[in-house]
Write a protein that binds this ligand. Structure first.
Ligand SMILES: [Zn+2]
Length: 307
């Protein structure tokens, strides 16, 4: 009996230490930027709806959980990867149960933490062909509107073995089915993601809409120049695509675009049984797209004005 118990205990200890080693996250060098301090602020993780959770800080990271593994979207900055890992643990989930890591777009503020999260979890990373190039290269590709900001500003730790996915492809982990919608414009490989999540039998369509902001490094023209063709038509097509997505819950890479603080304030003041403030009126994606369309139109008009 005692021998058996001792053997059992050592196996249990081994399993425990194994779990600890597997989940240990070793962060990469912190990224320096003007907004990094605000973006790096920790945030309490919370349930958005069903099995979809907010695990980011000042930048959005989304965890979708299932009994047979989890999906994580976006890795924040290099220095926020440990916060994401801690938030996942705080919710009672294991980092090594994250089987798939996805990304909105390949800028340092959403892709910086992915390499460390991949190393610690052993998850597969899947991305559009254009995002795969940037993720594996550790920085935006030449055709990225922000490329000319330069490597020191732009680069992030390279991600290994990124699986290429197709536009419209649905990826499955357990009972999670998440579909990729390529929405190039802000970056060449930008991707929006959709899935359904249920609270009891109330299932809601989620949209994680990528950034649709027409911002660039100085000198880049969305309307084209002698180095590249106009991006305006394809950018508009991405905006139209997001506008048409079935959208009960809109999530965005920068939390202010989904009014995170306002929704949490509503929730904090609620009594049990009141409507979840993250549930929109199905017009949120349309409104989000309309804002992006207006900014792109302004930007293109500005590019027409001689400097
Ligand atoms: Zn960006």
């Amino acid at each position: 009996m005692t021998t058996f118990r001792r053997a059992f205990q050592s196996v249990a200890l081994l399993m425990l230490s194994g779990a600890t080693i597997a989940a240990e996250l070793i962060p990469d060098q912190p990224h320096a930027c003007d907004a990094c301090e605000a973006w790096g602020k920790p945030h309490e993780p919370f349930r958005i709806y069903g099995d979809t959770w907010y695990v980011g800080g000042g930048l959005t990271s989304i965890l979708i959980t299932s009994d047979r593994g989890h999906v994580l979207i976006d890795g924040g900055l290099t220095q926020t990867a440990p916060q994401i890992a801690a938030n996942i643990a705080k919710l009672g989930f294991k980092l090594e149960d994250v089987k798939l890591i996805l990304n909105s777009h390949t800028h340092y503020d959403h892709a910086g933490g992915i390499a460390a999260l991949q190393r610690a979890s052993g998850a597969q990373v899947a991305a559009s062909p254009a995002s795969k190039l940037a993720l594996e290269g550790g920085g935006p590709t030449r055709d990225d509107p922000q490329f000319a900001f330069g490597p020191e500003h732009n680069n992030f730790p390279p991600v290994r073995d990124v699986r290429t996915i197709q536009d419209g492809e649905t990826l499955r982990i357990g009972d999670i089915a998440i579909t990729a919608h390529f929405t190039p414009g802000h970056t060449p490989g930008g991707t929006s993601w959709t899935w359904n999540d249920c609270d009891g039998d109330m299932c809601m369509p989620f949209v994680y809409a990528d950034s649709l902001n027409s911002v660039s490094a100085p000198g880049f023209r969305f309307s084209g120049d002698n180095t590249h063709k106009s991006r305006v038509a394809s950018f508009r097509a991405s905006i139209d695509k997001v506008a048409k997505l079935d959208c009960s819950i809109l999530l965005t890479p920068h939390p202010e675009f989904m009014d995170l603080d306002a929704k949490l304030a509503v929730r904090a003041a609620q009594k049990p049984g009141e409507r979840n403030p993250f549930l929109g009126d199905r017009q949120d994606c349309k409104r989000y797209a309309a804002g992006a369309r207006e900014r792109l139109d302004k930007r293109v008009a500005g590019e027409r004005t001689p400097q």
